[in-house]
Design a protein around this ligand. Sequence first.
Ligand code: AP5
Length: 212
Amino acid sequence: MNIVILLGAPGSGKGTVAGKLASENANLKHVSSGDLLRGAVAKGTDAGREAKGYMESGNLVPDALIARMIKDVVAETTGDVTMLLDGFPRNLAQAKILEEMGAPVKGAILIDVPDAIIQDRIAGRRTCPRCKAGYHVKNLPPKVEGVCDHCGAELVVRKDDNPETVRDRLVVYHRETEPLIAFYRDKGQLKSVVGTDPIDTVAASFLDAMKD
Ligand code: AP5
């Protein structure tokens, strides 16, 4: 097993690209910290109850809380698999935690999208609460409006996808997460893809960047 980290602002397309590539390649596994946390909130676990307020206000949940979840997923993933790790690490402290776990990080790939595009991306996002598939009302619409193509569930708007919270998430991204770009660049482990191309092109560029 090895790990490729997806870096990029909220709404840059991390989940879309990782979900598409994992559905098309049996040896790729998409692990999203946001989906793990939203799952815990939906189930009402202790971790979910603790995470809820942070997530709804656009802040990061405590490092130890999300690190425990990631540690479990890393431990249970074996064999000839590349994990596409989406949303973790989210700050330098989490990058150090990942190193201390001995996680086999192969590299990090930045999906580069300017802030000006982010609000439109997120305003149009619709998410399947059951199978986690992601859509966009204009850029990636479902076949039937409001219904998931894969499992038929009714699509929802994420609670943190309102314009005010998105502004706050971008501030948190620039302050906490952006320093990871220099962190992985300094290690010689960073690649970058243009995130403003059509989804299929971004996914193809990402797959290319995964090759050595
Ligand atoms: P998380 O779920 O990780 O949210 P995020 O990083 O803000 O990322 P998003 O899911 O919003 O965006 P994305 O890049 O996946 O974009 P998507 O592919 O959907 O985290 C949520 C919260 O959980 C955080 O705020 C925090 O509270 C907590 N959390 C999570 N991880 C944590 C951690 N490690 N530590 C602490 N707290 C943590 O695309 C967006 C839209 O654009 C979609 O509608 C899509 O269809 C469309 N789109 C995508 N690509 C394209 C394209 N190329 N062209 C046109 N449209 C596109």
